[in-house]
Design a protein around this ligand. Structure first.
Ligand SMILES: [Zn+2]
Length: 151
């Protein structure tokens, strides 16, 4: 896992983007929701400027997500700073599942930020965890925990 001497990275979301992610997550309950993030690398991590929801077409959307291929392709063709992926865990903590890690190589080559959200246990806000997608020396991709900040 992460080298303990590595400085923790930061994924900074602008306010409207954070709000859109929360609204998309809540409006999709009880199903998993997903979408893409646009932004750019910034000192110490990344800055996320925009969020675009993508339909979850998984046959069992309670426990999985599959990006709608047409919408995913459209977002890819739009270009311009496609940098990360978001999805939600409606009924489990916002940490990568075994399935998430199995799917990671599908996106890992082109994306570098990975967000998972869950409904907050208390209050109206969501719980959001952020990870940097990094390639290890063994050629495998890893999710390195990052600090998610707003502003
Ligand atoms: Zn997941």
């Amino acid at each position: 896992m992460a080298d303990p001497h590595t400085v923790r990275r930061e994924i900074r979301l602008n306010a409207s983007c954070g709000r859109q992610i929360a609204e998309h997550l809540v409006s999709g309950l009880p199903y998993e929701t997903c979408g893409v993030l646009r932004g750019k690398a910034a000192a110490g991590g990344m800055r996320i400027d925009a969020f675009a929801p993508i339909r979850n077409v998984a046959p069992d959307p309670l426990h999985r997500f599959v990006l709608d291929p047409a919408e995913w392709t459209r977002e890819c063709l739009r270009g311009g700073g496609l940098i990360g992926l978001f999805h939600s865990h409606p009924s489990s903590p916002p940490v990568p599942s075994d399935e998430d890690l199995r799917q990671l190589p599908l996106f890992a080559g082109m994306l570098s930020a990975y967000l998972i959200g869950s409904p907050a246990k208390t209050g109206g806000e969501i719980e959001l965890n952020g990870y940097m997608i990094e390639k290890g020396k063994n050629g495998l991709y890893h999710l390195i925990p990052a600090d998610v900040t707003h502003g």
